[in-house]
Design a protein around this ligand. Structure first.
Ligand SMILES: *Cc1c(COP(=O)(O)O)cnc(C)c1O
Length: 397
C-alpha cells in the first residue's frame, strides 16, 4: 500500500479523452445537461454515478473529494465553503431538538459559539468535557448525547487528548464521534485507524483553509466518513442547506495537495525548533507544544503520532506573569516577520495574543497558567530569521 503523500500525487481521475496533464480540468457548472428525459428522470445525485447539478458535484469537486477521503483513510467526503461550515454541517445533520452535544473544553471557539447560538435556539443543549480526562467524558455521556466533538491538539491551548480513549467511549455508548482533524491534517495520524486497529472516529472534519490550501487565500472545509449510511445522512443535510464550493478554489486546493506533506513537515520542524528555543527563555513561563514533554497531553501525542513523529507548525507560549497584557501586546506589535492575523497553514508566520480567561470555562478544568498566552503559526520562512525576529521582539520587552 502506498503512503498518503504518494496517493495525493498519483490519484486516478478520468481525463478528457487523449488529453493528460498534471492537473485535471476546472469544470464549472450550475446546469448540467441530460441526454434525454429518461436520463433526467433517472438522475441520482446521491452517488458519484453521474452529474445532475453543479451543487451536487462536478468532475473537479469529485476529484478533490476522492483525494481527501483517501488522505484521511475514509470512503466518502463532502466539501463545505469553510472549515466552520463543515463543523456546522455535521452538528446540524446529526442533532435534533432534545439532543445534547459534548464539546472539549479547548474546542475551536466558533464550534462552541454555534452550540450556544443556533443549536441552543433549536433546543439542542451542549456541555463541555475536560479534553485531558476521558473519565469526565464518560461521566457526561447520557442517553441524550448524540454527538461528541474531539480536537487534537486544541488549536490555541494545544492540549493533546487521548483520542483512542475518547473514541472508544463513544463507540461503547453508540454515540457518533466527530474529530476536528485540522491539526493532524490526515498526516500526523490516521483518524479512522487509531492504534492501527482499523477503527477510529466516525467523522473527520478538516479546515482545508489551513494546510491543504497552504496559501492563506482559500476558505474550504471537508467532512470525511467511512460509514456509507452516516455519509448519506450528512449529505442529505448538505444538499438541503445548499452548501457549495467554488471550483476555482477547489482547483487551488488540488494544486497545493501534492506538496502538503512536505510543507507540513517543514512547518513542524521550524515550530519545534522555535518552541524548544523559547522554552529556554526566562520571559516565557510555559511553552505549549505537544512534542515537549512538559506540555499537557504530551504522552497522548506520543502514543498517537509517535509512528509518524509529526506535529503541526502551531504552538503557544504563556508569558511570565510579570509581563502585563500591554507588554505582551507590544511584543506582538514588535514582531516583523510574524504578522498579526488569524488562521494558519500558510507560508507567512502568524501571531495572535489570546485572553484565555474569556475563552475557557473554569468550571470544567482550571486553566493552570497566569500569564498572557500568545499563539504562533510558524510559516515557511528560514527558521533563523524567525528566531531573530522573536529575539528582537523579546528584547523590546
Ligand atoms: C481554522 C479552523 C477551523 C475553521 O476553518 P475556517 O475555514 O476558517 O472556517 C476549524 N477548526 C480548526 C481547528 C481551525 O483551526
Amino acid at each position: 500500500m502506498s503512503k498518503p503523500i504518494t496517493d495525493l500525487i498519483h490519484h486516478p481521475y478520468t481525463p478528457p479523452s487523449s488529453f493528460e496533464a498534471p492537473q485535471g480540468g476546472v469544470y464549472k457548472a450550475s446546469t448540467v445537461f441530460f441526454k434525454d428525459v429518461a436520463a433526467m428522470r433517472a438522475r441520482d445525485w446521491k452517488t458519484k454515478a453521474g452529474y445532475t447539478y453543479g451543487l451536487h458535484g462536478t468532475p473537479t469537486t469529485f476529484v478533490l473529494e476522492e483525494r481527501l477521503a483517501a488522505l484521511e483513510g475514509g470512503s466518502d467526503c463532502l466539501l463545505a465553503p469553510s472549515g466552520l461550515a463543515a463543523i456546522s454541517l455535521v452538528s446540524l445533520a446529526l442533532l435534533k431538538t432534545g439532543d445534547e452535544v459534548l464539546l472539549p473544553d479547548n474546542v475551536y471557539g466558533p464550534n462552541k459559539a454555534l452550540a450556544a447560538g443556533e443549536l441552543a435556539n433549536y433546543g439542542i443543549t451542549h456541555r463541555l468535557y475536560n479534553a485531558l480526562d476521558p473519565s469526565d467524558l464518560a461521566a457526561k455521556l447520557s442517553p441524550r448525547t448524540r454527538l461528541v466533538w474531539i480536537e487534537a491538539a486544541g488549536s490555541v491551548t494545544m492540549e493533546f487528548p487521548d483520542v483512542s480513549a475518547l473514541a472508544s467511549l463513544c463507540r461503547e455508548r453508540g454515540v457518533t464521534c466527530a474529530l476536528d482533524n485540522t491539526w493532524g491534517a490526515g498526516l500526523a495520524f490516521r483518524p479512522f485507524d487509531l492504534e492501527g486497529e482499523g477503527w477510529g472516529v466516525d467523522v473527520s472534519v478538516h479546515a482545508l483553509t489551513k494546510y491543504p490550501s497552504g496559501g492563506g487565500d482559500v476558505l474550504m472545509g471537508s467532512v470525511v466518513t467511512q460509514d456509507p449510511a452516516l455519509h448519506l445522512k450528512i449529505k442529505l443535510t448538505h444538499m438541503r442547506l445548499g452548501l457549495g464550493v467554488g471550483v476555482d478554489d477547489v482547483q487551488a486546493v488540488l494544486r497545493s495537495l501534492p506538496s502538503m506533506a512536505l510543507r507540513y513537515a517543514a512547518h513542524d520542524q521550524s515550530a519545534r525548533d522555535l518552541a524548544r528555543w523559547l522554552s529556554q527563555r526566562e520571559e516565557i513561563a510555559q511553552v505549549l507544544h505537544p512534542v515537549l514533554p512538559d506540555s499537557p497531553g504530551h504522552e497522548n501525542w506520543r502514543a498517537l503520532c509517535g509512528a509518524t513523529d509529526l506535529a503541526a507548525g502551531l504552538f503557544s507560549v504563556v508569558f511570565d506573569e510579570r509581563y502585563g497584557t500591554e507588554q505582551v501586546d507590544a511584543f506582538c506589535d514588535a514582531l516583523k516577520l510574524f504578522r498579526l492575523g488569524y488562521s494558519w497553514g500558510g507560508p507567512i508566520s502568524l501571531v495572535v495574543p489570546y485572553d484565555i480567561g474569556l475563552m475557557r470555562d473554569a468550571s470544567v478544568a482550571a486553566w493552570p497558567y497566569q500569564g498572557t498566552l500568545v499563539r504562533f503559526s510558524v510559516g515557511l520562512e528560514a527558521v533563523e530569521d524567525l528566531r531573530a525576529d522573536l529575539l528582537q521582539a523579546l528584547d523590546a520587552l
